[in-house]
Structure formats: C-alpha cells, structure tokens
Design a protein around this ligand. Structure first.
Ligand code: ADP
Ligand code: MG
Length: 457
C-alpha cells in the first residue's frame, strides 16, 4: 500500500484542476485510503476498500469519479453513488461539489419533496448521489434511468446491509451498464458485504486501512460488583450518567425484559436481537443513531452490525462469552479517536472469572462497588454533563422523546454527525432544552445537587 507520506494527489494521477480545487480547501496530502485506491480507481478498476470512519473515503471514491465521469443526457446519469442515509448522501454531495468544477452533481433521497430533485434530473446530472429507496421510486416514475451508468460507488456498504438495503442495491446495480466500474467502501468487508462484492464486482483490488480489531485501550474499563436483584436499577442510574449507551444481554428474552425495565426507569430504550424482524431492528437502530433513545439493548449477534460513533458507554449487563466477545462488545465505544467507558456488571460469584478474563486481554482493574464518580469521570465529558435525569423529568419521560440535543450537538460539526442530523437530530435539537444545557462544560463530576441525586447508584 502506497501511503507514503510524501505522495501528492498529482502524483496519484489526479487532474490538475481537481488538485487546485482541493488545495483551495486546504487538502494537499492524500490520506492512506486515498493514496491506496485513487490510482486504481482512476484506471477504471473495481475497488473494494475497508477503512474506518473519518479516514477520507469520500474523496477516495469521489476524486476518481469526478475525474473520469462523462457528461450525461437528461435523466441518464453516468455516475452513481449509493449511500444508506440522507445525511450521508448530503455530505457526499457537498464534498463532491466542492471540487467538481463543471461536473454536475445531484442528490436524491426520501423524506423530502420531489420537485427540486426532479428538476435537477431533467436538466441532467453527471453524478447522482442517491439513497436506494428514493432512487428506486424515481426510476419507477420514469424520472431516472440507470442504463447509462458506468461508474458506481457503494458507500458504507456495511450500514447499507444493516439497514436492510442490500436487495434494493442489488436491483439497482442490475440496471446499470454491465461493463461498469464498481467501487465499494465499508468499515467491514465480511458477511453480506462479502457477498455483494462477490456478486457485483469484477476482480476488485482490495485495500484495507486501519486495524479491524477494536483498540480497547481507548476506553476506560470499569468492573462493578452488582448482584442480580439490583442490576437493572444500577444500570438505569448509570446510563443517565453515560449515554448514548449500548447494553449487552445474553438472551433475546432478557433483552426485552431489560428494555422494559429501563423504559420504566425513564431511560428511553430500544432492543435489538435475532427475535425481532429486520424492520424492527432497522427502526431500533435508527432511533438510537437518531438520538431518540438513550440506550440500545442488544444481544451479541444482533450487535455485530452496529457501527455508531459517539457511543459514550458500553455495559456488559450479562458477562461476555469470553475475552474475544468482551473486546468485540467493548469496541462499540471510544471509536474514531473519541473516548468512552466500558462497564462490566459482575455477579459476586463471577469476580474470579472476570479477573481471569482481564488477564487474557491485559487489563488489571479491581472489581468494586458501583461508583458514580468514577463513571462520570470516565464518560466522555460533553456526554456526561448533558443529561442528568431528575426525578420530575423521569416521571414524565414517557411522554417525551429522548432529547439528547446537547450531547448530540457536538456531532454536528463532525463529518459523521450527518447520521444524526436528519433522522432525529432536528427534532431533538428543537426539543425542550435539557436541564443539563446550562451546566458548565468542564465535564467534571457534577455539582452538589446533581451529585447527591446521582450519588452511588
Ligand atoms: P470517511 O467517509 O472515511 O468516514 P470522510 O471522507 O468523510 O471520511 O472524511 C473525513 C474528513 O476528512 C472530511 O471532513 C474530509 O473533508 C477530510 N479529509 C478527507 N481527506 C482529506 C485529506 N487528504 N486531507 C485533509 N482532510 C481530508
Ligand atoms: Mg464516509
């Protein structure tokens, strides 16, 4: 892989006008995934790239696409980028336009009126960025035809799979030119994504960037001795101090029961497990990424497909199967350079086992009584300060959406904040301000009143 730090976009073969447009945005040095894939993509090869969030995948596929796409006729785009959410589609659209010059970039997604999208298609767009559902809808209305598309990008293929879009994606691909170029990017390349690659890419060059094994040292790991009878109460208190949270349960039944208990305690919760339909899982995930719930309760299998940044805390409510499961679960927080906290609930008879597991992964953490201060100190600052469920608020919590406006707002400036912005972010942003909104932003353990309220959970 050519992630030689001295590489320039020009040396990768990027046309000068694009280099200049990027430079104007302060982008001069290709990131690793860009250095690895741009030359191949410019040459027309299929590319299958795996790289973590924030690694620069948009330009990795966007530069070759804009550089090579041909001019289109009205209703017949030549380049197509498929993205799972409208926020992401918007982001891609904006990013491509920033250096596209005369290349016309359009975007279509659901949940908004057809007017502007139809007008753009009628005028002609060279590269169409689209969410699968709306695109299929527009095709059905005869407003777009994919027959001239000879360059396709599938972005965030893993999320596309998680959200149940792969059947639509496959149908769309089948309508494009058979000799097309297909570029696929994903944070993971196993399971359904591997099948998609196998069926719809031709001899792709594969590039991996970053380490697929989560780096658990980025998170703070706490081990709490909690007996079975007080577990759910302790958890509810703890989530109030560190959310959005993912909670791991061993069984489907246990997940459902726990979700109900948390809801009763004022923690808006969604459950995700193998006993739920794809539609239910998709909704639960959307509620979570959209900030409408504080906690996602999941079984190990169901959690495999969850790729959400800004998860403040992972709770091992039931112990993980083994140290590998611990690593896998714990990797759901402290992603993409952010901090996070991992809390294990250890039954009195499980202390020895927990210590043994710690040794296998190089942790050495005492197992002690639940400690709110340690949790608050370990939770990402802006998240921890954002929400202190007061009793009155808890009581009426069932009448309100979760309103994590504060903690989520910091996502907005991040590239991945788009995930949040549209699906629920707007509501939560305008929802009633939290009591935490005026608190100091230092993320230190709370002042008197709140502290005592949250004392030992
Ligand atoms: P990904 O899709 O891999 O999660 P993005 O493509 O959204 O990541 O890029 C993350 C951020 O990095 C964006 O704000 C983007 O503009 C910026 N970026 C991408 N490539 C470069 C680069 N070569 N130099 C500087 N900034 C870059
Ligand atoms: Mg991206």
């Amino acid at each position: 892989m050519s992630d030689n730090p001295s590489t320039t976009f020009a040396r990768l073969g990027v046309p000068e006008r694009i280099c200049r447009a990027l430079e104007a945005r302060g982008i001069t040095q290709p990131f690793a995934i860009q250095a690895a894939t741009i030359t191949d993509a410019l040459a027309g090869r299929d590319v299958c790239g795996r790289a973590p969030t924030g690694s620069g995948k948009t330009l990795a596929f966007g530069i070759p696409l804009v550089a090579t796409v041909e001019r289109s006729e009205p209703h017949y785009p030549r380049g197509l980028v498929l993205a799972p959410t409208r926020e992401l589609a918007e982001q891609i659209h904006d990013e491509l336009r920033s250096f596209a010059g005369p290349v016309r970039i359009g975007v279509v997604y659901g949940g908004v009126g057809y007017g502007p999208q139809v007008t753009a298609l009628r005028k002609g767009v060279d590269v169409l960025v689209a969410c699968p559902g709306r695109l299929e809808d527009l095709i059905g209305q005869g407003l777009v035809d994919l027959g001239a598309v000879d360059r396709v990008v599938i972005d965030e293929a893993d999320r596309m799979a998680d959200m149940g879009f792969l059947p639509v994606v496959r149908r769309l691909l089948e309508q494009t030119a058979t000799d097309r170029q297909t570029v696929l990017f994903s944070a993971t390349l196993d399971g359904d994504v591997a099948h998609l690659t196998r069926d719809h890419q031709r001899d792709p060059v594969r590039h991996d960037v970053g380490d697929e094994t989560p780096d658990i040292t980025a998170a703070r790991h706490l081990f709490w001795k909690v007996d079975r009878t007080s577990r759910s109460g302790v958890l509810a208190e703890a989530i109030g101090m560190a959310w959005p949270a993912i909670v791991f349960c061993r069984t489907r039944h246990g997940s459902d029961r726990l979700a109900r208990q948390l809801d009763k305690a004022g923690i808006r919760t969604a459950a995700i497990h193998g006993g739920r339909s794809q539609a239910q899982r998709t909704r639960a995930l959307a509620d979570f990424t959209g900030g409408r719930v504080h906690a996602l309760v999941a079984t190990d299998v169901a959690a495999r497909g969850i790729h959400v940044d800004d998860v403040a805390a992972v709770f091992h409510f039931d112990p993980p199967e083994d140290h590998k499961a611990y690593i896998h679960r714990s990797g759901r927080t402290a992603r993409a350079g952010r901090s996070g906290v991992v809390v294990s609930f250890v039954a009195p008879e499980g202390v020895k086992g927990a210590r043994r597991m710690q040794r296998e992964i190089g942790l050495d953490e005492p197992v002690h009584e639940p400690d709110a201060e340690m949790l608050l100190a370990a939770a990402p600052a802006s998240v921890a300060e954002a929400y202190v469920p007061r009793r009155d608020e808890r009581e009426d919590a069932s009448h309100h959406r979760a309103d994590p406006g504060r903690s989520r707002s910091r996502n907005r400036s991040r590239r991945n904040g788009g995930q949040v912005r549209g699906t629920g972010g707007n509501q939560s942003r305008n929802g009633k301000p939290r009591n935490g909104a005026n608190q100091s932003r230092n993320g230190k353990p709370r002042n008197g009143a709140n502290q005592s309220r949250n004392g030992k959970p």
